[in-house]
Design a protein. Structure first.
Length: 134
């Protein structure tokens, strides 16, 4: 089976962003395996807004970006179904954040997450339009 350059590029970028996101979670966040690998760096990062953005928001945005690249590998019946599928995870993230805001779900509401979930797919699809990709 032969794969196009576009498919290989989408797969490679998806793996890159997924690895980047997973690395940020694994090394700098509390998780099932215990405390962060570098707690002193985490403490340093949480002292300013940019550090908190890198620590808490950026991994989610990288994950959404990876999802968007992986959706390019699917087969869709129409362009509309592809766009709806691409928006499924970002909109789920927005709903989750709103649930946190109204205390329906556990977690900490962050407006940067909401904006990121909306802006990343818009940038992605705008770049696809500008490069004339379908």
């Amino acid at each position: 089976m032969s794969y196009s350059v576009r498919d290989k590029t989408s797969a490679a970028l998806g793996v890159f962003f997924l690895t980047l996101s997973g690395s940020l979670y694994l090394f700098f966040r509390n998780h099932l395996f215990g405390a962060p690998t570098w707690p002193s760096m985490v403490q340093e990062l949480t002292r300013n807004e940019w550090g908190r953005f890198v620590l808490y928001t950026l991994p989610d945005l990288f994950w959404v970006t990876a999802f968007l690249f992986f959706t390019e590998l699917g087969t869709y019946t129409s362009a509309l179904s592809k766009r709806l599928f691409q928006w499924s995870i970002p909109l789920f993230g927005v709903v989750q954040e709103i649930g946190q805001y109204v205390d329906f779900l556990d977690g900490t509401f962050d407006i940067a997450d909401v904006l990121g979930y909306l802006v990343v797919p818009i940038i992605y699809q705008t770049l696809k339009i500008w490069t004339h990709e379908k």
